[in-house]
Every structure is written in C-alpha cells, then in structure tokens.
Write a protein that binds this ligand. Sequence first.
Ligand code: AMP
Length: 221
Amino acid sequence: MIAGVRLIIIGRQGAGKGTQCQRMSRHYVVPHISTGDMLRAAVREGTTLGREAKAVIEAGSLVGDEIMIELVRGRLDQDDARTRGYILDGFPRTVIQAEALDVMTERHPIHAVIDLDVPRDLVIDRISARRTCRDCGTNYQARGAERHPWICDQCGGDVVQRDDDTREAVTRRLDLYESQTAPLLEYYASRDRLTVVDGRGTPDQVFHSLTAAIESARGSQ
Ligand code: AMP
C-alpha cells in the first residue's frame, strides 16, 4: 500500500465518486476532502457560510469561486492534509478554481487528476435512487422498499434523500457540469495531467481501475 498521495477526482454527480473516494481514503490513509460535505456541514451548523450556501445548493447552482477557494485553502493547510496528502472530491469544479489550486499546490503538486467517467443517462438513474447519511456522508442505493429514514451502517446517522437529489436539481447540476466542469477536463488534458477511468463497472472493478491509474500516474512522476 502506498501512503501519502494527493489526488483530484472529477466526475458527474452520481458517478460513484463519493463512495470510491471514501474507499481510497482508507486505502491510502489520507483525508477525503469533499467540498459538498463541507458545505452541507456548514448548512447544518448554521454558520455564515452555511446560510449563504443553502439556497445555492438547493437550486443545484455553484457556490462562488472565491468562497470555495478560501474554504479549500484552509482545509489543505490542516496538518493531516499537509503531512499525508488528500483526495479532493468536488473541487475544483471550474477552471478558475483549478488555476487557484495549481498555485496553492505549487510546492507539493497533485499526483493524479482522475476523471471518473459515467455517461449522463446512467447517473440520472443512479442519483434518483441515491440516499445519503446526514452525518457522515456515506451513500446508499434505494431499492424502493426501505424504511425512512434508514440508519447508517457506518455511524448510526439518518440516511435520507439529499434535498438536491430531486430530478430537477440533478438535471440542472448535470447541465452545469457540462458547461462549467467539463472544461476542467480540457484544462488538465491539455497539460497532459488527466487520466480517464471508466466508472461503469462494479464498485470493486472501478476501485481497482482507480488504484491502478493512481499508481501508474505516481510511477511516471
Ligand atoms: P456535491 O456533494 O459535490 O454534489 O456538492 C453539492 C453542492 O455543493 C453542489 O451542487 C454545489 O452547489 C456546491 N459545491 C460543492 N463543491 C463546489 C465547488 N467546488 N464549487 C462550487 N460549488 C460547489
């Protein structure tokens, strides 16, 4: 097992990113930094950031670049991320965020930028069935006959459907992904930094493809 890795995972919502990131976080023993989880925690806690972000998240829009960049700068500055590395999930989401991240990580560059690729129609089905632990963010797939709310296997929290996992908000987020986040792929691809991993297999197959891609990207540095 290789410890101490710095990764960016890009991909449509519902591509299985969160679950794979949690597993990689245990595998590489590095924190999983999900900006969506950080924002949802701020909303729950009712902080100034949370109050600002709530309506934006519910509408499926993007929180402003400046706010996001400062949020991530503060997080990457914490001891665990500085000493061990991290898996960035949900950031960067725009080219402006990517440029800011390049400056932030100049001294300790990112090892691999991965696009976890799952086609749009497939993720719409997956997100409609997605249920998420309110406390630890673990994702589950609903099969239609579950009790509400369920209890999370990981932490005992309530497992519910996210307010922004409605079909309208999902469609809007996917449109936004195409218009704002897809150019990120071009940003990294044109710098020869992007690895595309097929996210359509079983969770185990995808995990193995991800770790193989990461090890190959690290090996070539
Ligand atoms: P996620 O859990 O990654 O799907 O994020 C949930 C929501 O949080 C998104 O739909 C955005 O409203 C907001 N968000 C998360 N990360 C970012 C980011 N890097 N830039 C802007 N908004 C973000």
